[in-house]
Design a protein around this ligand. Structure first.
Ligand SMILES: [Mg+2]
Length: 164
């Protein structure tokens, strides 16, 4: 039996970028990433998140603007192995007039009907509707507050979700 997929965003769930900037949240470490020329990006990451995610009954997959760069910059710090990732191609950050998030169609295509949870800080009712219409299997769109990031209650909810 294959397990459900867990599509994992970085900025929001793992990096609580919207927390008060002068105060790093407890349990987090800071990395500075120079993905582009200019000022390096400050990223807060929690080394307890990887083990907590790996303990869940899902197959993990990145679904983030970082795409494969998440394996280089994020995975080693949070304690995750190299993971597959959704390649958004030219949909990356491309606004849709129907209000559906630019990630959603690619995530549904990647899942190919397999049950999934999607952990992100940016889903909306338009995404719920899109997934309900285009994805034949069970799906859980789990929203995480980007001021807070993933917490034990999120892991408990994902652990107890019935997606098979
Ligand atoms: Mg995000």
């Amino acid at each position: 039996m294959s397990r459900p997929l867990l599509f994992l965003d970085v900025d929001g769930p793992l990096n609580p970028y919207a927390a008060k900037p002068e105060r790093r949240p407890e349990g987090y470490t800071t990395i500075r990433v120079a993905l582009h020329p200019g000022r390096p990006l400050r990223v807060w990451l929690n080394p307890s998140h990887g083990p907590a995610l790996l303990s869940l009954p899902y197959d993990l997959c990145w679904a983030t603007t970082w795409m494969d760069a998440a394996n280089r910059w994020i995975a080693p710090v949070v304690g995750l192995p190299e993971l597959p990732y959704v390649d958004f191609g030219d949909r990356l950050l491309t606004h849709r007039p129907d209000g559906v998030h630019w990630k959603t169609e690619a995530i549904v295509a990647y899942a190919e009907g397999r049950p999934f949870a999607w952990v992100d800080d940016e889903q909306s009712p338009a995404d719920e509707a899109f997934v309900a219409e285009h994805h034949p299997g069970p799906a859980l769109l789990h929203h995480v507050d980007p001021r807070i990031g993933l917490r034990e209650r999120d892991f408990a909810m994902l652990r107890n979700a019935t997606l098979t």
